[in-house]
Structure formats: structure tokens, C-alpha cells
Design a binder for this molecule. Structure first.
Ligand SMILES: [Zn+2]
Length: 144
């Protein structure tokens, strides 16, 4: 009975707070989707490592890719579908870096990078029913 209760509590905590979800299935599904929808080749590219940033939300960030690394960060506390859409978005940024398609130091290119990443994560967010994640071309915050 106690084990069942603990399991139930863990499930609720996982569903509500997004704890312990950086598992291989979650990440590999997001990686596959980032590759397919962005149309970047992922052949012989290692997927990024996913880590959680406990302070990200204080600065309003839901996730970010640490430029030049293999690490994407997710904010702690996102709901599962939102977390998944953010993860796909940040994985597209990782792919942009690996393929050296853009120069992020150029403001206009940063706009292109965000447009591309949001075009992918918007598709995911729409499918999963996460309306607050959908930008639909509204990229004013990103210098567009
Ligand atoms: Zn972005």
C-alpha cells in the first residue's frame, strides 16, 4: 500500500512538476522530431545532452542552448507537453550550430534562427495543444 502511494505521488510529481523526465525516451523522441521537422541532417550527429536549470524561470527563460556546446537546458517546472516543445526548439538551435548555418552574432541572423526554431516548435505545440508556446511568426522579442 505504501509503495503504491509513493508510486502514485511520484507519478503526480512527474506529471505536474516535470521531475525526472530527462529520460532517454523523452529525449530521443524530441531529437527525432527536431531532426525531421527542421530537415537538418542528423546523420552522425550525437544528440545534445539535456540538463535542467533551476534558475532559468527567474529570468523568464523556458530553455536555452548553450552556444558551442552539446548541452541544452530546460527550465524546471514546465508541464510535460510544454517541456517537450521547448526541448524540440532548443534541439533545433543545437542543429543550427552544428551545421554552422547562421552567425548568431548578427542580429538579423538571430531572427532567422528563432524563426526556424519556432516554425518547428510551433508545429509540435499545436499538435500537443500547448497554445501558450505557439509564436506563429511573432518574433519581436528576437530582433525580427
Ligand atoms: Zn530559440
Amino acid at each position: 500500500m505504501r509503495a503504491l502511494l509513493l508510486a502514485a505521488l511520484f507519478f503526480v510529481a512527474t506529471a505536474v512538476f516535470g521531475i525526472a523526465r530527462a529520460g532517454s525516451q523523452f529525449e530521443s523522441a524530441a531529437w527525432q522530431e527536431a531532426c525531421e521537422l527542421s530537415r537538418y541532417s542528423c546523420r552522425s550527429i550525437k544528440p545534445p545532452v539535456v540538463e535542467y536549470d533551476e534558475t532559468a524561470r527567474m529570468t523568464g527563460l523556458l530553455g536555452y542552448y548553450l552556444l558551442g556546446t552539446r548541452v541544452v537546458f530546460l527550465a524546471v517546472g514546465l508541464k510535460p507537453h510544454a517541456e517537450y516543445a521547448v526541448l524540440v526548439h532548443e534541439m533545433v538551435h543545437y542543429l543550427q550550430y552544428v551545421h554552422a548555418k547562421y552567425d548568431p552574432s548578427v542580429k538579423l541572423e538571430k531572427c532567422f534562427m528563432e524563426s526556424e526554431a519556432f516554425s518547428v516548435s510551433d508545429q509540435v505545440a499545436k499538435r500537443l495543444g500547448v497554445p501558450e508556446m505557439i509564436r506563429d511568426g511573432n518574433l519581436l522579442d528576437y530582433g525580427c
